[in-house]
Design a protein around this ligand. Structure first.
Ligand code: PEP
Ligand code: MN
Length: 275
């Protein structure tokens, strides 16, 4: 079944043949750039986020991720440090100079995001159309993650929702979809990368952490993502994965991130990318 491309106006490559290249605090996303976003699942303390930010920056990360508002399956699980976590992220940005990426769950929190460089819409909110429309009225770049059970058609229509309100700075993220397979947390749909690159001019990055749920799979899926044509990666890195408050099983150590980053730099030329 093919994509119904007529449904996409702003998203479509037909109406915008060149790749969209975003400049976010001096970091380029899209085109021949390969952007590395790294950091913990959740901001846990000021020391934790600054320590990880320093480490991933030294290893070549271009941006820092970290959740302050966490969508958790259980209401009793750690929900994030919220406003305090946002302050710690800002401090990590100030100390390292890395632009920051963090998830919004409620549009009423938007005023807390003024220092945020990319607002993430998590998989669970991919079809929260009212949220998408509100974000379409902001001037912030949006990282839109594919929903757990959403088709590529639906994924691109959600990007269209944001763009239809005037915000053209959208980055797509493939983060795995739910299938019958239970060994991995989700199934990484890498074949969507060339399909999406053909259909749209928007950058698309891969999240090898949530898509596999298994730390040792992050490295091979990162290399495969570059080979598939992705514009970058968003990777969960934690200083102490065993004691992480969220997603420890899929979190890699800063030393492991360093190995991945170096290998990707070595691969980049072959795949027409600059790291
Ligand atoms: C996350 O990035 O921490 C996250 C919750 O991701 P997703 O929405 O893809 O599950
Ligand atoms: Mn996570």
């Amino acid at each position: 079944m093919e994509l119904k491309e007529k449904a996409f106006k702003s998203v479509s490559r037909k109406n915008h043949p060149e790749d969209t290249v975003l400049d976010i605090g001096g970091v380029k996303v899209g085109g021949n750039n390969f952007t590395l976003i790294a950091g913990p699942c959740s901001v846990e303390s000021e020391e934790q986020i600054i320590g990880i930010a320093r480490a991933v920056k030294a290893s070549g990360a271009h941006m820092l991720r970290g959740g302050a508002f966490k969508p958790r399956s259980s209401p009793y699980a750690f929900q994030g440090l919220k406003a305090l976590g946002m302050d710690y992220l800002s401090e990590a940005k100030r100390v390292t100079g890395l632009p920051i990426v963090t998830e919004i769950m409620n549009i009423n929190h938007l005023s807390l995001f003024s220092d945020v460089d990319i607002i993430q819409v998590g998989a669970r909110n991919m079809q929260n159309f009212e949220l998408l429309k509100e974000l379409g009225r902001t001037d912030k770049p949006i990282l839109l993650k594919r929903g757990l059970a959403n088709t590529l058609q639906e994924f691109l229509m959600s990007a269209e929702y944001i763009m239809s309100e005037g915000n053209y700075r959208v980055i797509l993220c493939e983060r795995g979809i739910r299938t019958f397979e239970g060994v991995t947390r989700n199934t990484l749909d890498l074949s969507c990368i060339p399909i999406i690159k053909e259909a749209t001019h928007l950058p698309i990055i891969v999240d090898p952490s949530h898509s596999t749920g298994i730390a040792k799979l992050v490295a091979p899926m990162s290399y495969a993502s570059m080979a598939a044509g992705a514009d970058g990666l968003i990777i969960e890195v934690h200083n102490d994965p065993e004691n992480a408050l969220c997603d420890g099983d899929q979190s890699i150590l800063p030393t492991e991130f360093d190995v991945i980053s170096k290998k990707l730099s070595g691969m980049a030329e072959l795949f027409g990318k600059a790291t």
